[in-house]
Ligand binder design. Structure first.
Ligand code: FAD
Ligand code: NAD
Length: 508
């Protein structure tokens, strides 16, 4: 019989093996292997113990967490709650306890240098160490918000540093799951404005930069909530300071109390959708970077007869996602709006007179729809009337492409006549392609030969259409159109037994 050596497990360089240099490795209890740890980190459990928040930790705060059942360790400026990891640590609990409540970077470097702790412990991240007060040279921006922040303070803060060619502004949002939809940056003519959305609040950094910049880009470390705005210097000179603070600089207030911020966007195309509705494509300037989340609107501003007039419109995709592909990167620089031109409409008449190449002011996105409302959803219903269809487009795309639990997505689309139906062809094609999607058109001023449903929104129409795919399925019903339509729809749904949480009415 051949003498086959047993497979090397753990592998020779595995983190589960004892390190060289005589470091002892303790036997781990069953169910406490590295694989078990990885499984636990992916289970969605709150391992850091802070319900998804990230905090700034002072030395005093760190020192308090020095017991096995409550143990925080700082490694290279980041603080981790290692209590859940104790039993999985190959070096044993005693080894970890040597660094309990302190900066364990040196100890860590001695015995774990090869370990990718950032990834191993990322779910245990509590936050970063608060910087100690330093003397700020005269003329520099006030750094008050960075200093001596208590563990409870959730206000984002910022810092900046430079190399020969770049300035990096780092915003610590103290919020996990940061993403590009929560970051809005404008940088033009030496003015830098960065806005971070943190739930119902907005943090703004706004400065008149010390020198000109050529370009900028954004890096988001989603898990640790760090946003970097990297500015490319125009002249490779040393900046003495980031710049002079402007009015909103370093403020953290409720979103609804923040004034609208506009930038000029160029009209690049205008295409007919129906006899009175057009698809406008506006290009964001190179100096602006933002994305409009599903279900949110922007404000357009024009000077009409010497007066500033502002109206809300809902960005959508340039077409329905028939092949379920994300819009191309190129599209994130464009804002598509489907707008009905009213013959006596003040704003829409002026919009219709815009020529390709003309500019209009467009605000940051707003709105109270949250994507979390769609998560784990099984049945999604849309009740749309006329251009009330617009918020449904991105939402439908998101639900069909990213909500794996979705069983049905139904649109009941109310219009006056057949000629008023927006994207009818695309909707019918989508219904053919995806068996989860169904569309029903209802006309209030139908021609004699219309074979489909007729009338306006009513209880009997809704009771036949809005039905759970199974008892107790998770449902969301979105409704948008003229105000009386929306109000009546909400009332009928309540009468049919749907709860407030199961409905979302799009309003101003
Ligand atoms: P106005 O001068 O205000 O009104 C002139 C005439 O136009 C009225 O007498 C009436 O006949 C008609 N009219 C005006 N407003 C309405 C109305 N709201 N409903 C029915 N008839 C009206 N519109 C879009 O086309 N696309 C969108 O994506 C879109 N998104 C919106 C998002 C939100 C959050 C809200 C609140 C509204 C949205 N609207 C949208 C409507 C839009 O904001 C304007 O109300 C609309 O373009 C009319 O503006 P106007 O100045 O041309 O009309
Ligand atoms: P429209 O006048 O062409 O009417 C479309 C259908 O709405 C009608 O066929 C009818 O079924 C229904 N309807 C109209 N008036 C009604 C009433 N008084 N009671 C019950 N049902 C009624 O619609 P439109 O001109 O395209 O207007 C679309 C509306 O949607 C606008 O008021 C616009 O402001 C609103 N909208 C809101 C948002 C948002 O996010 N809040 C987004 C886009 C559009």
């Amino acid at each position: 019989m051949l003498n086959v050596p047993p497979p090397a497990f753990p592998a020779p360089r595995s983190q589960q093996r004892a390190a060289g240099g005589g470091r002892s490795k303790v036997p781990l209890k069953p169910g406490r292997s590295l694989m078990d740890w990885i499984r636990l980190t992916k289970s969605g459990k709150d391992l850091a113990g802070l319900k998804g928040r990230l905090i700034e930790v002072t030395e005093d705060e760190l020192a308090k967490h020095n017991k096995k059942e409550d143990c925080w360790i700082c490694i290279r400026g980041l603080v981790y709650n290692v209590t859940p990891y104790m039993e999985y640590h190959p070096g044993g609990e005693d080894e970890l306890m040597q660094a309990a409540g302190t900066d364990g970077t040196d100890l860590f470097d001695q015995v774990h240098r090869w370990v990718n702790y950032e990834s191993m412990l990322k779910e245990c991240l509590v936050g970063r160490m608060a910087l100690k007060p330093v003397a700020v040279p005269k003329g520099m921006l006030p750094e008050k918000k960075l200093l001596g922040v208590s563990a409870k303070d959730l206000t984002p803060s910022y810092d900046w540093f430079q190399t020969d060619g770049l300035i990096t502004v780092v915003i610590y949002t103290k919020q996990k799951d940061m993403n590009a939809e929560l970051v809005i940056v404008d940088c033009q003519d030496k003015r830098l404005r960065g806005e971070i959305i943190v739930n119902e609040h907005s943090y703004v950094l706004e400065v008149d930069l010390d020198h000109e910049v050529e370009d900028f880009f954004i890096n988001i470390a989603e898990k640790i909530g760090k946003v970097e705005i990297i500015l490319k210097k125009k002249d490779n000179v040393h900046w003495k300071m980031l710049g002079q603070p402007l009015e909103s600089h370093n403020t953290f207030i409720k979103r609804k109390n923040r004034g609208l911020f506009y930038r000029k966007c160029k009209l690049v195309s205008k295409t007919e959708v129906t006899h009175d509705t057009k698809l406008f494509c506006f290009m964001l300037p190179k100096s602006t970077c933002f994305q409009v989340p599903a279900g949110q609107h922007v404000y357009l501003k024009q000077i009409i007869a010497g007066t500033e007039v502002v109206k809300p419109y809902t960005p959508l995709l340039p077409f329905l996602p028939l092949n379920f592909k994300e819009p191309s990167c190129h599209d994130s620089a464009n804002i598509y709006l489907m707008i009905k031109i009213y013959s006596c409409g003040l704003f829409t008449q002026a919009l219709d007179h815009l020529q390709i190449g003309d500019c209009i002011s467009i605000s940051n996105p707003e709105g109270n729809f949250k994507k979390s409302q769609v998560q784990a959803l099984e049945d999604l219903f849309f009740l749309a009337a006329g251009t009330g269809f617009t918020p449904m487009v991105k939402l439908l795309n998101f639900a069909l492409t990213e909500v794996s639990s979705l069983r049905t997505a139904k649109l009941i689309f109310f219009n006056k006549t057949e000629d008023d139906i927006l994207w009818r062809n695309q909707l019918e094609q989508l219904a053919l392609k995806d068996e989860r999607f169904e569309v029903q058109f209802v006309l209030s001023e139908a021609a004699k030969d219309w074979m489909g449903k007729q009338g306006r929104i009513s209880s009997s129409l809704l009771s036949g259409f809005v039905k759970r795919s199974r008892k107790d399925s998770k449902v969301l019903i979105c409704i948008c159109g003229p105000t009386p339509f929306t109000e009546q729809g909400v009332q009928y749904l309540k009468d049919l037994g749907y709860s407030q949480e199961e409905m979302h009415a799009f309003t101003a």
